[in-house]
Design a protein around this ligand. Sequence first.
Ligand SMILES: Nc1nc2c(c(=O)[nH]1)N[C@H]1C(S)=C(S)[C@@H](COP(=O)(O)O)O[C@H]1N2
Ligand SMILES: [Mo]
Length: 347
Amino acid sequence: MKLPVFRAPAHHTGVTSRVGTWLGITFGLCFVTGLLSHGAQHDWVWPTRPVDLYRVTQGVHVISGVASIPLLLAKLWSVYPKLFERPLVKSVPHALERGSILVLIAASFFELVTGLFNAAQNYPWSFYFPTAHYAVAWIVIGALLVHIAVKIPLIRRTLEPASEERTILSRRAFLRTTALTTGVAVVATAGVTVPWLRKISVLAWRSDGDLPVNRTAQAANIVVPQDWRLKAGAKSYSLADLQAMPQTTVDLPIACVEGWSQNATWTGVRVSELVGRGDVRVESLEKDGLYRASTLPEAFAQDPLTLLALQLDGEELSLDHGYPCRLIAPNRPGVLQTKWVTSLEVR
Ligand SMILES: Nc1nc2c(c(=O)[nH]1)N[C@H]1C(S)=C(S)[C@@H](COP(=O)(O)O)O[C@H]1N2
Ligand SMILES: [Mo]
């Protein structure tokens, strides 16, 4: 006796194509903004304006990544009977296609899981996150392009209006549930960077109103010596010297690679008044640690908004925010806004 073929409504190519299209969009956004963020962090050509550009690109990166998680799960659910179809291998092209899907799924999971942990400021692995996350992104995008190219005829057919008419209610319900879950995931997290979502973002970590602290002074083993002075080229300044110089106040965000970002008011001395022209190496009191120092390209060092800040929101910097002084520059990733600065040196 032949058993009737049973297919749950979700396991339908129309559903797969639809969810796949959304996923293609969120993955595409995530990839492009990821590239931009990577470029900004590694001093590829990156402008000083608009001051909020990195905040937006990194915000979109994290939000589109979060949206991709329910979409990827829904997509896998919609095809999973096919993943176990026999025979496993029908022909060489078929084997290649399935192989590329396996790579795509594994690499996508790697990106979404490592990204999510990073956004939660959690690094439970031993590899260096930016390098691994960046390298695997290229694998995802390559496998994705192969996958889309192979599936284009099928996607075309299943997205045609004729098949839309045949979309039965439960398929719509599955799509609606997927859309809703994705929306909830986004709204629950986007408040880390979108101010007006802050109140309803229940999962928005570190958004209690105060500027979050990324690395505390204690974690970084910071001890400010009694006789602390800033070295800037051939000169050196005490904190009182810096306070006696002309002060500038700017409104600039800290935009962390981990997705959170927040505006604050900074007061201090323009970097351009402390050093001559050229790229500027910024060193801190931190002995080791990945982000103990940074390099300001000349365009940033000479920018009138780039400060060696002494105050945050009208009060002396707290030790956790970088006392005695910290760098704040427009349109830079948070990791490059070096705290506890000890020296500025033109390279
Ligand atoms: N010396 C030093 N500066 C640093 C860091 C660090 O680890 N060491 N962390 C950076 C990161 S990742 C961010 S997001 C910002 C956060 O600044 P805040 O803690 O004052 O909000 O500081 C940056 N400055
Ligand atoms: Mo950060």
